[in-house]
Ligand binder design. Structure first.
Ligand SMILES: [Zn+2]
Length: 268
């Protein structure tokens, strides 16, 4: 009798994991490009979280332009590459990810100089040049998806690699909407994660990331809690190293993803 029960329990232990094995363990995102499109879901640390990832500029608007070894570096291409890498990291951790700005041809690229294109769209729609129309379009796309997404944790991430008119300043800026408690929590977490990473990998460099609230159009007009990142200054020689080395772009994506995991844990 006891043996029968033991067998029964053993069967359950064997069969039940079989059920859970049916859960999604891999995915495919063509935007990443042929070699990176397939990915394994290796963790469930972001299961239930939904992200709206927006790379700055795109289409007719290249954003800031830096000069590097006689070539032009366009902000929108670097922001897009980092956003794709970030999205892949989030997907690997079980998150749902929307790529608001898309380029059908440029996947994740392992080159220093990312060629410029005007192909980027807002989820298939042409991006207008007019600034307000351009920003409203991406907010509309986010808000449409937001209404349909059934998730208790939805966050929008805007990624830029400029420093506006800050001249030679090279800090990383983490902005949240004024009065946004959870936007601020995420921005603070990003700064903490980045500080810890810099302390470990580049102890002599020092890291001066700042968190502040800023009344930006996209933060004001998108529904989810959001952060707006300025990851460097594409016109600054030192910051260019952060951007042109593909492993550095990957590191930035990894760090942002890690910060998301920490913030998501707090929301549970
Ligand atoms: Zn920008």
């Amino acid at each position: 009798m006891r043996l029968k029960y033991t067998l029964l329990i053993l069967c359950c232990l064997v069969v039940l994991p079989g059920f859970s094995r049916k859960k999604k363990t891999s995915g495919y995102e063509p935007l990443f490009g042929k070699s990176q499109a397939a990915y394994q879901i290796t963790s469930s640390s972001l299961k239930g979280a939904t992200f709206y990832l927006v790379s700055g500029h795109g289409g007719p608007d290249p954003g800031c332009i830096g000069k590097y070894r006689g070539k032009e570096l366009h902000e929108d291409e670097y922001a897009y590459d980092i956003v794709l890498r970030l999205g892949r990291e989030l997907l690997k951790r079980g998150a749902k990810v929307h790529f608001i700005i898309q380029d059908k041809k440029d996947g994740i690229r392992n080159a220093a100089i990312l060629n410029n294109s005007k192909r980027e769209t807002c989820m298939g729609e042409a991006i207008p040049l007019n600034q307000v129309a351009r920003l409203q379009q991406r907010c509309d796309a986010i808000n449409r998806l937001y209404r349909r997404d059934n998730s208790n944790y939805k966050r929008a991430i805007f990624v830029h690699v400029d420093s506006r008119s800050r001249g030679k300043q090279t800090d990383v800026f983490f902005y949240h909407s004024p009065g946004s408690k959870y936007g601020k929590r995420l921005a603070d977490q990003l700064k903490r994660t980045f500080t810890a990473k810099y302390d470990r990998h580049q102890p002599n460099r020092g890291f001066n990331g700042t968190v502040s609230s800023r009344n930006l159009f996209v933060l004001r007009n998108s529904t989810p809690y959001a952060v707006f990142l300025e990851l460097g200054n594409i016109q600054n020689a030192r910051d260019q190293q952060r951007l042109v080395i593909p492993d550095n772009r990957q590191a930035l994506a990894n760090w942002i993803a890690e910060a998301m995991v920490s913030d998501y844990k707090k929301s549970k």
